[in-house]
Design a protein around this ligand. Sequence first.
Ligand code: UD1
Length: 454
Amino acid sequence: MADSNEMDNHSESGSSNDSSSSRQSNLHSLSSCISEPETPSTERSLLFEGSFNISWHPDTEFIVVVGGLGYIGSHTCLELIKSGFNIVIIDNLSNAYRNVFDHLGELAEKYWETQGRPVPLMRFYEADYGDADAIREILKEFIKPPTLEGGGSNDGVLRSRVKGVIHFGGFKSVSQSIQEPLKYYTNNVAGMIRFCEALQDFNIKTLIFSSSATVYGSVANIGVPLMEEYCTHKAETFMDHNGQFKTVQGGCSGLTNPYGRTKWMCEAILSDLAVADPEWTIVALRYFNPVGCDESGILGEDPRGVPTNLMPVIMRVMTGVSPALLVFGTDYPTADGTAVRDFIHVTDLAHGHIAALAAAADGRIPKGFRTYNLGSGTGASVLDIVRVVERLSDTKIPMKIVDRRDGDVGTCVANSMRARLELDWKTEKSLETCCRDILNFFACRKEGLVPVGV
Ligand code: UD1
């Protein structure tokens, strides 16, 4: 176990402001997942898939990140590594590239070199998270030996070195989900069920689930920041935005697309699972609109196929791949008529996962199922984004106004008080920083500093 001096070192070195130092201090309760530089038998080098001739200290623990090479997953992995966590990435590369793992390794080495400390353990397995047999094979490697104090299967109970799992394995395109709903229900819903069954077999019962603001459906249009209670899975009484006590029944209303329905269904299933087995701690993080990328310019959003989210599309226009940005609707009841979203820097979002893991580990979140909005609480319109990118890049972005896109809502902004109060988390980075970081990523690409995905 890392002692508190050790952890204090992590905290000082990894933090540049008050909020990140409080985030770091929250990690004490997860200290066994944090690597221990002075433990002689703990392997320190980066571990790539297929080269597992290594041994590690019997106490070593890990966070599993499913979908860890994708856009949000890779940024979360980077922040986990910077916080000192040992990680196991499982990704089937359906919407990510293998060399993202190399980039993570480079960034990890660079970061820990400046701290004068070894890099935490990183493993990558190419596997489909919904393939329960493959997942079981991987998890077998992480069973604690029976000889360890508090470990092993002497009492018939399996104990794992995996202290928590973050699940980014779902598909996420609204438009594709409308065209191919079965693909979405199979991967996002059926896959998650099989995955949870595998976790259960190894007694791994701390799960952070990537949910989405899309679960609010057309409720988002009410024009006030959305509280988690506007979409619940059981009856709840709460004080609404008008200060009135209200009781809501579990359920949803006005889900606008199959992608959103898969996220809602997954939440409902996880909520039921936590009722049936109170050993589970399940946190569903409802992402608003993640944009931006790591300030290094090395990690970015690099999907396979043609992107449909606003920011990657704007970048395609800027780099000349697409002739113009199609603006989907200028007749929404918003200030400029274009849709309003709550854009959040992906690094802030990544920190939200670490905050959730820490809160789950030290009991600030009770066992069971709990949802949190991860958003800034501030809306920006499609045209606002275009203006910021144009100003920062000194480039005109050609636009064409077209009809509203199927499955879209007009406004979707978070009330993020629950995450602030219970997870000690809030956004730090501005919309301008989001856009600047993305422009930097593309500039690095253009200069050949970052190879395209392979
Ligand atoms: C939706 C979900 C979000 C989820 C994301 C996953 C809602 C309210 N939000 O995001 O929680 O994480 O899907 O993909 O359901 N736009 C254009 N032109 C483009 C692309 C987008 O005008 O070429 C507009 C869209 O109409 C929308 C806004 O930009 O109003 C943002 O779109 P996008 O980036 O795709 O995200 P959401 O659909 O809001």
